[in-house]
Design a protein around this ligand. Structure first.
Ligand code: AVJ
Length: 388
């Protein structure tokens, strides 16, 4: 995708090209050449037209994505100890590897969450009969369908908004949804939920389609943040994130939060260090992303996968351990970085919560818990929260 503008966000409307592109087999309409709202909120005229294809809002066009990766990698490789943020795992390969992780015998969270969701989707849809389902960090989620089905039965669902850093994954997932849910529009948002949350479709800062100006009935949004991904954020960042979300909620909007729960450390570690080595490949994939996107020369075989439980912080840490003394040259950054033998670099934290702890964090951000469910074994929780 070429960008002729320094836009922080550009919007492409389904309606703009309907007709003009005729037989676009992708079903994706976008409008790469029309510069839009380059500063404030990327909203432009906003909105989407049911059945016209996928509307795409890019807060992270290729150039911004690259700059953001470069800044993270520079900061992370020059820090002591070194650390890389987990969001860069998810290029097309990383998303596929994560998909394989979700099917591993050791990785229980996805199956447990699926079970809680299947058992309670109807209750969730009744409690929040949303017109718009927004899914943060949506990846290639199958759980989305449970929610979409329940919301459709509840009657008023109009729009699905997947929000993710990886455009390819988003569009693939969006197309599948578009195909199996005729009549529901898909508005994909390419962005980083730590930075672009203020611009969710349907909010005052996001778009005006359903803000009432056009006489459209009020938009009610259910924001699903599933999988336990909020656990990738540190406590302070979680607070900021939840507060930002709460700040743009209107009455009727709700958050559905999926969180993994504290349990036997042996099970936790096994879930992040599977015997087939898929998680190890997923962990090392961040180095291939850096090699490709920042012209670096990390030797993936020079790094071993480490998963460790940190009881103090109540999180699993993934690290990459340099198996020997070595250097890597990150040419795009003009940075040569040296690793000592056995030196470890953190690549992910995955926090495990308690039910009370979740409610307290939500309350601190101005969100009241209206319901909380777990699977029968108490492994994983779903919490439904609304503005307090
Ligand atoms: C997708 C962030 C929820 O933290 O469990 C899986 C990612 N990392 N195995 C998690 C992950 C290692 C996963 N989340």
């Amino acid at each position: 995708m070429t960008s002729r503008t320094p836009a922080t966000a550009r919007e492409a409307r389904g309606s703009a090209f309907a007709g003009a592109t005729g037989g676009d087999p992708s079903g994706i309409r976008d409008e790469p050449t029309r510069p839009k709202d380059t500063t404030a909120n990327g909203s432009g005229s906003g909105g989407s037209v049911p059945g016209a294809g996928i509307t795409v809002t890019r807060h992270l066009a290729a150039a911004e994505r690259h700059a953001s990766l470069a800044a993270d990698v520079r900061a992370g490789l020059t820090a002591n100890p070194r650390e890389l943020p987990p969001k860069w795992f998810y290029d097309a390969t990383g998303s596929l590897l994560f998909d394989r992780i979700t099917r591993l015998p050791e990785y229980y969270p996805t199956r447990r969450e699926h079970a809680v969701l299947a058992a309670n989707a109807a209750r969730i849809a009744t409690a929040c009969p949303a017109t718009t389902l927004i899914e943060l960090g949506s990846g290639t989620s199958e759980k989305t369908r449970l929610l979409l089905d329940a919301l459709r039965k509840a009657g008023v669902l109009r729009r699905f908004v997947p929000f993710d850093v990886d455009e390819e994954t988003l569009l693939r997932a969006g197309q599948e949804i578009l195909r199996s849910y005729p009549g529901i529009s898909v508005h994909a948002v390419v962005g980083d939920f730590e930075r672009h949350l203020a611009f969710l479709p349907g909010s005052a800062g996001g778009d005006s389609e359903s803000a009432g100006a056009g006489g459209v009935a009020a938009d009610r949004r259910l924001v699903a943040f599933l999988g336990g991904t909020i656990g990738n954020l540190r406590p302070e960042t979680r607070g900021t994130f939840l507060r930002a979300l709460r700040d743009q909620f209107r009455d009727g909007d709700a958050l559905l939060l999926g969180t993994d729960l504290v349990k036997d450390p042996a099970r936790l570690v096994a879930a992040y260090d599977d015997s087939a080595g898929v998680t190890a490949a997923f962990n090392r994939n961040v180095l291939s992303v850096i090699n490709r996107e920042l012209d670096a020369d990390f030797d993936l075989r020079g790094f071993a996968h480490v998963a460790a439980w940190d009881p103090e912080n109540s999180w699993i840490e993934m690290r990459l351990r340099s198996v020997r003394e070595q250097e890597a040259n990150v040419r795009a950054l003009g940075l040569v970085t040296r690793f000592g033998a056995d030196e470890q670099m953190r690549t992910e934290i995955s926090t495990k919560f308690t039910l009370e702890g979740i409610r307290a964090e939500l309350a601190a951000a101005g969100l009241g818990t209206s319901a909380q469910w777990t699977d029968p074994d108490g492994d994983f929780a779903l919490t439904l929260a609304v503005p307090a």
